[in-house]
Design a protein around this ligand. Structure first.
Ligand SMILES: CC(C)(COP(=O)(O)OP(=O)(O)OC[C@H]1O[C@@H](n2cnc3c(N)ncnc32)[C@H](O)[C@@H]1OP(=O)(O)O)[C@@H](O)C(=O)NCCC(=O)NCCS
Length: 186
């Protein structure tokens, strides 16, 4: 039994993954430009990698320690990516992460998904803080964090080595008090 709910937004369904999603996960995760700005997606990426990842996602969903959502276009029912909240219950905090297929970049989809997942984190999971970080070389991801109301907390210099290159990471967070203040304004 998964702890992950299904959430509808204007253009998207965010839902738990199933074992049948492996080909669609492979289809978005296999692109070099998707792996390049994430710490965790390997490259080259195989269908077996997707199957193995979905196994871990199912375990996390059953434990409830990571809420992994498939990002599905409502109109076509096509799965285009993933967004997750990695929980730290002792701190009432969570880390937000996401990736989608390059064919769907810059249409506002991840901002739309991230707004809904942040709302889920504060309204349903009763979190106090949601944080996220991105490579300095990936400003589009920082823009999403800004658009969902996160504040920039600083840079960790040469924090991650990806493919032999050291990357600075930029760290953002939104607190419950800031989320509630934003909600009262809209
Ligand atoms: C980063 C990523 C998630 C963005 O998803 P997306 O659905 O295209 O994002 P959105 O369309 O909601 O928002 C992107 C924003 O970044 C802006 N942007 C795009 N390229 C940019 C650039 N080079 N510099 C600055 N801003 C940029 C867009 O204009 C948009 O902002 P706006 O609404 O103010 O115009 C997507 O590119 C991706 O999956 N990348 C690979 C995986 C990854 O990097 N994941 C994040 C790890 S931290």
């Amino acid at each position: 039994m998964s702890h992950v709910p299904t959430i509808q937004t204007a253009r998207l369904t965010l839902r738990p993954f199933t074992a049948d999603d492996a080909p669609a996960v492979y289809e978005y995760a296999r692109h070099r430009e998707v792996a390049a700005t994430t710490a965790t997606i390997p490259h080259p990426y195989s269908l077996e990698d997707a199957v193995e990842w979905l196994g871990r996602v199912t375990e996390h969903g059953a434990k409830g320690d990571v809420h992994n959502f498939a990002i599905v276009l409502r109109a076509s029912r096509r799965l285009i990516g993933a967004i997750d909240l990695r929980l730290e219950p002792e701190n009432r905090a969570a880390d937000l992460g996401y990736a989608i297929h390059p064919a769907h970049w810059n249409k506002g989809y991840v901002t739309e998904a991230a707004r809904a997942v942040v709302e889920h984190g504060f309204e349903t999971l009763n979190l106090n803080r949601i944080h996220a970080h991105h490579f300095a070389s990936n400003p589009a991801s920082g823009r999403i964090m800004e658009k969902v109301g996160m504040k920039c907390e600083g840079t960790m210099r040469q924090r991650i080595c990806k493919w032999g290159v050291m990357h600075d990471t930029i760290h953002w967070a939104i607190l419950r008090s800031e989320y509630e203040e934003r909600k009262s304004r809209t």
